[in-house]
Ligand binder design. Structure first.
Ligand SMILES: CC/C=C\C/C=C\C/C=C\CCCC(=O)SCCNC(=O)CCNC(=O)[C@H](O)C(C)(C)COP(=O)(O)OP(=O)(O)OC[C@H]1O[C@@H](n2cnc3c(N)ncnc32)[C@H](O)[C@@H]1OP(=O)(O)O
Ligand SMILES: Cc1cc2nc3c(=O)[nH]c(=O)nc-3n(C[C@H](O)[C@H](O)[C@H](O)COP(=O)(O)OP(=O)(O)OC[C@H]3O[C@@H](n4cnc5c(N)ncnc54)[C@H](O)[C@@H]3O)c2cc1C
Length: 668
């Protein structure tokens, strides 16, 4: 049977080489090939079917996800897949499960915080999955406030043991993924007590990680350990495939050598030693690593929602403004639809490129750390924290907007958007609450501004070197065209970030107690951090355009996306640009006018730009976002695929409807 492409006309409008854009999106021809192979492996394997997921009750859902993870492991072994290939395999299976935490946090924690000897012992076991681990940091009473952790690890020199204990209900480990039912081991964060002394009790660094066995061979918990799942979470299916756990210790003994000992050590004699040249922030290193991974991945989540909403918008017709009866306008041709959709499409590309840059930064920092060079750690912390916060918040808001952009059908589970939203929302909280992370960025920015004159700002904050110029030279834009110049756009974002940072730093200086000032000004400080992070995203997009980008029309299409992203932000945050005095109202309105011109330039490329994401229909799992655009018959069929439509007589009909129809309610 001949397949009809309902989006063919849209695809024919493309003004650039889609295959070349696929390479740009993937990062390289090799990455494209790798992702394509893994995506299709998953799409073509019946074990990874996922459409029924939202209909399953928790226990079935969980069993199903264990089955998928086991098949995935089998594929990794049978096909001899590399760790990189296995990572993409898990990604396309598209179901949060224990291996995410095992590979994404447990192993990196041992790599980053274990001594050479410990790494030699535990890493091979972990990589072969002979042990399965999780990352148990958060407690019931202490999430953002890592300094408040209460779990204790008391050294018993006589027996060469640590005694791990949960002294209060609020010290219960709470939320760790993979902990509830599956993990055999955990990296546990606890307060260290040696010879009756808390170490650095007033410092921020008095938490140490320990690797633990949690279970006996028959998978019953070890004596003194209480473990379970925290309970059902938001959304059908969604994150309920993960066993987020709770864990309590009652004076549990573990050998001394299970304390991860790269940052500090406790000797056989009970002597506490800090490794001189290693900063204690390294204890937080796993979070830096995962925040970077989240940024690298989140553009794909947004691209998925945008792909669905763009395809549906390019198919569905509504009435024109002149005739309310004849349906003739494609939704995508409404200016208002474009002004909501296209900035999200541009954001997906912007986040992809900033994610690539962050990966580079993190790889560089990791190499330096291995060589005991810790100089770039503060920037890595600020950039990973800030970009994790910025991109996950924008993505979650973006998915919700895509749902609305599809009208009522976006709200159907078969659109793929509700589950995508539910599974993505916690990204704003896990790995650091987004507001708390922005406050970390603000601390970094304010500190950098305060140190001007005696410490050279580096990397992402190097614009602060030109503080004088940025504070005093206002925007030179005179025409709309002036707004589509990379260096002019970057300068506008630099000036806005610098001016907001300086104002806040000056306000902070008026407080006698800096911490009180920081707390009172925290809402403004978050805005300073957002401005700094948006500058990073915009400037990395502009830097990307300066590279050699092969393929007919590819660079031009990316330029439009870059300016849409930047000018949309100028428009959305015009209050910042105006209040700081950098822009005049006229310049702000020129930016908005130019944005409308850019939307019309983006319009013919819209479908090709989402095709360049190369998403399979399996990955999208959306009736309205299908590649062939054959939406309506499939939407109709999807309704009848719902088990609720198996019968015209639902359970309860005879019991509760008949008495109403027959006027026999009194018998109930
Ligand atoms: C493919 C799949 C891969 C991976 C899996 C992906 C997804 C899996 C899904 C879910 C996983 C979720 C896992 C978790 O949620 S784990 C728990 C995460 N928890 C948090 O993120 C807690 C957030 N809180 C904190 O990070 C900290 O408490 C804090 C906010 C940073 C504040 O700490 P505090 O001790 O009070 O520190 P400060 O006094 O504010 O700062 C002291 C000093 O240290 C610097 N600093 C802080 N953090 C770091 C860091 N991470 N790295 C480097 N430096 C850091 C800070 O800037 C300050 O420096 P100064 O120079 O100013 O002294
Ligand atoms: C799905 C999911 C998976 C998770 N997986 C893991 C895991 O594998 N391992 C693990 O250890 N943890 C895990 N967590 C826990 C997660 O890291 C924490 O939820 C997170 O760090 C936030 O902490 P909290 O929930 O205590 O929120 P809180 O810190 O209580 O924050 C609640 C509110 O208070 C505000 N707030 C808090 N502190 C401040 C402050 N200093 N200044 C201003 N505002 C503030 C926040 O902005 C937020 O609005 C997971 C959580 C979820 C939801």
């Amino acid at each position: 049977m001949e397949l009809v492409d309902h989006l063919r006309d849209e695809r024919n409008k493309a003004q650039f080489d889609v295959e070349a854009m696929k390479v740009v999106w993937a990062g390289s021809p090799q990455e494209l090939q790798l992702c394509d192979r893994m995506a299709n492996l998953v799409a073509n394997h019946p074990a990874f079917e996922k459409l029924k997921r939202p209909m399953l009750v928790r226990k079935e859902l969980f069993k199903n996800s264990l089955r998928k993870a086991a098949y995935a492991r089998k594929l990794v072994i049978d096909l001899g897949l590399s760790e990189e290939e296995a990572k993409w395999l898990r990604f396309y299976i598209d179901e949060p499960t224990y291996p995410d935490l095992h590979w994404g946090m447990f192993i990196p924690a041992i790599e980053g915080q274990g001594s050479e000897e410990q790494k030699e012992k535990w890493l091979p076991l972990s990589r072969n999955m002979q042990i399965i681990g999780c990352y148990a940091q958060t407690e019931m009473g202490h999430g953002s406030n890592v300094q408040g952790l209460e779990t204790t690890a008391t050294f018993d020199a006589q027996q060469d043991h640590f005694i791990i204990h949960s002294p209060t209900l609020t010290s219960t480990k709470w939320w760790p993924g993979g902990l509830g039912k599956v993990s055999t081991h955990a990296v546990v964060y606890a307060r260290l007590i040696v010879n009756g002394e808390f170490h650095g009790v007033h410092g921020w660094y008095n938490y140490y990680s320990f690797s633990f066995f949690l279970y006996l061979e028959d998978h019953s918990p070890l004596p003194g350990i209480t473990v379970g799942d925290v309970g059902l979470k938001f959304g059908n299916g969604a994150y309920n495939t993960m066993d987020n756990g709770l864990l309590r210790f009652h004076h549990v003994r573990i050998p001394r050598n299970q304390m991860l000992m790269r940052v500090s050590q406790v000797s056989r004699e009970g002597k506490y030693m800090q490794c001189d040249d290693v900063p204690r922030q390294l204890i937080y290193g796993t979070m830096v690593s995962v925040r970077q991974t989240i940024v690298a991945m989140v553009s794909r989540t947004l691209s998925r929602a945008v792909c669905i909403a763009t395809r549906y918008s390019a198919l569905r017709r509504q009435h024109s403004s002149s005739s309310l009866v004849v349906p003739c306008f494609l939704m995508i041709d409404y200016q208002s639809q474009q002004s909501r959709l296209f900035p999200l499409l541009a954001s997906a590309y912007a986040f992809k490129f900033v994610g690539e840059w962050l990966k580079w930064l993190y790889t560089d920092v990791k190499q330096r750390l291995e060589a005991n060079d810790f100089s770039t750690l503060p920037e890595a912390h600020a950039s990973t924290a800030g970009l994790k916060s910025l991109t996950t918040s924008a993505t979650v808001d973006g998915i919700e907007e895509c749902m609305k952009l599809c009208g009522g059908d976006g709200y159907l589970v078969s659109s793929g958007l509700p589950e995508l939203f539910a599974v993505s929302v916690p990204a704003c909280t896990y790995e650091g609450d987004n507001t708390v992370l922005m406050l970390q960025v603000a601390r970094f920015v304010v500190k950098t501004v305060s140190e001007v004159g005696y410490k050279e700002p580096l990397g992402t904050s190097s614009y602060i070197r030109r503080l004088n110029t940025l504070l005093h030279n206002n925007c030179l834009v005179q025409t709309g065209e002036d707004w589509v110049k990379g260096d002019r756009i970057v300068e506008a974002f630099e000036a806005r970030a610098a001016r907001m940072a300086v104002t806040c730093t000056q306000h902070l200086a008026k407080f006698q107690d800096p911490e009180q000032g920081f707390s009172e000004l925290s809402a403004d400080l978050v805005e300073v951090a957002v401005a700094h992070c948006q500058l990073i995203v915009v400037s990395k997009f502009v830097e990307k355009l300066a590279q050699d980008i092969p393929g007919k029309g590819v660079k031009e299409a990316l330029e439009v996306l870059c300016y849409v992203y930047a000018l949309f932000l100028v428009h959305k945050h015009q209050g910042d640009f105006l209040v700081t005095g950098y822009l005049t109202p006229k310049q702000a309105s020129l930016a908005n006018r130019q944005l409308r011109i850019l939307y019309s330039r983006l319009r013919p490329n819209a479908i090709a730009l989402v095709d360049a994401f190369n998403h399979t229909d399996h990955y999208l799992s959306s009736v309205v976002g299908r590649y062939d655009g054959n939406v309506y018959p499939n939407l109709y069929q999807a309704a009848f695929n719902d088990p609720f439509n198996d019968s015209h007589v639902p359970d309860g009909y005879h019991q509760y409807i008949h008495p109403i129809l027959n006027q026999t309610l009194a018998k109930l």
